[in-house]
Design a protein around this ligand. Structure first.
Ligand SMILES: [Mn+2]
Length: 388
């Protein structure tokens, strides 16, 4: 049995004003080709299918296309809603979809649906656990004394299912998994659930493979076969370094699990570049990496040209953000320590001190002349008003 485990799709996501829809479609199309080439039996989608609980019509159309295409190529699809999804909306028509080999759980009522798939060694059960919060579990298990922690809530849910530990079982879940108190690596495009959201992977001991969604950086948690596939694409600058992948999992007889990473192939990368403007837009630099990529530019010029943004946009059509990092910005980091006392000081002197704190240099003689003139005019105007 071979399946491809894919993490957070976030269809319809907008990153720094850029819709990811077109790139998501291309990435998914390439993924389907890779799945076909690898000869997989199933696609596992571990939650956050959409970026929002009320996705746009375009995002819905994209998932529609993807599921139809996957089904037409003969893949079984096992999908769960994540914390970004509305479980009810994602579960729409799930009974009908099941007949086409697309398995999505209906709204959670205390029992998990499990999908049996067959191979030469017998049956593999895929357990589909939608994203759960303790508050959603407690009312369904009133005999248990459940607190607010995720581990106990999910343990109760799993213990209530008839899972045969001697058979082959795969869990699909969308939670914040931790192992022995060690927290995995996070990214900025995830939304922290907050509080005691960690789920100890010890409660997943009966599963031969745990296909996780929620964290956007591909990684294992504890056992090698408890994995986050990571997100479909890079959705924040904190993900610029590192690559995205899906996990190709192969199950043999009970106890035999192997896996490898299948790199995802988005049409444009998301990168961070840093340096002086002239260097960043020089032909040499532009030849080294695709200027059509999504970019976060960090300018290091001491005095960035006023038209820097326009010049960057002229060569980088997918410029997402521009920041400046120089002696001035470094200095401003500790500006909060300035103490200015407006009561006692001469306004001009006060301004000079402020200028120096902010710019890390005193006002020049020319600037001082201009300041004197401006302050003089202000004072005259104010006295005039007072006299009236
Ligand atoms: Mn996510």
């Amino acid at each position: 049995m071979r399946f491809l485990h894919v993490g957070d799709l976030h269809l319809g996501k907008v990153v720094h004003g850029f819709s990811m829809l077109d790139d998501q479609r291309v990435t998914l199309a390439r993924l389907l080709d890779d799945a076909e080439e690898a000869g997989v039996d199933a696609l596992v989608l571990a939650g956050d299918l959409y970026d929002r609980s009320q996705p746009s019509a375009e995002a819905v159309a994209l998932l529609d296309w993807f599921l139809t295409e996957a089904s037409e190529r003969g893949f079984e699809v096992l999908a769960i809603p994540g914390n970004h999804d509305s479980a009810e909306r994602v579960g729409y028509a799930s009974t009908l979809l099941e007949r086409q080999g697309v398995h999505v759980p209906p709204a959670f009522d205390g029992s998990l649906i499990s999908v049996p798939l067959e191979d030469e060694f017998g049956e593999v059960r895929f357990w589909l656990m939608p994203f759960l919060r303790p508050s959603g579990v407690r009312p369904l298990f009133e005999d248990e004394e459940l607190g607010g922690d995720y581990t106990s809530a999910l343990r109760v849910v799993l213990e209530a299912q008839e899972i045969d530990p001697a058979a082959r079982n795969v869990l699909v879940a969308h939670q914040f998994a931790i192992s022995g108190g060690v927290e995995p690596e996070r990214s900025d495009s995830e939304i922290a659930i907050g509080g005691v959201d960690g789920v100890d992977v010890a409660i997943f001991a009966d599963f031969d493979y745990v296909a996780l969604g929620h964290l956007h950086h591909p990684q294992k948690v504890g056992r090698d076969v408890v994995r986050y596939a990571g997100s479909l694409m890079k959705y924040s600058f904190s993900e610029a370094r590192g690559e995205k992948s899906a996990v190709l999992v192969e199950l043999g007889e009970k106890g035999e699990v192997s896996w490898s990473l299948v790199p995802l192939r988005p049409p444009h990368d998301l990168r961070e570049v840093k340096g002086p403007l002239v260097e960043l837009i020089s032909p040499e630099t532009l030849a080294k990496a695709d200027p059509e990529d999504y970019l976060h530019v960090i300018l290091t010029d001491e005095e960035p040209p006023v038209d820097a943004l326009a010049r960057l946009r002229a060569v980088f059509p997918r410029l997402m953000a521009m920041d400046v990092e120089n002696s001035l910005t470094r200095h401003q980091a500790d500006l909060s320590e300035i103490e200015l006392c407006a009561e006692e000081d001469d306004p001009l002197e006060l301004f000079e001190r402020f200028f120096e704190e902010q710019n890390a240099r005193p006002v020049s003689r020319e600037q001082r002349a201009i300041l004197e003139e401006v302050f003089e005019k202000c004072l005259v105007a104010e006295e005039g008003r007072d006299a009236r």
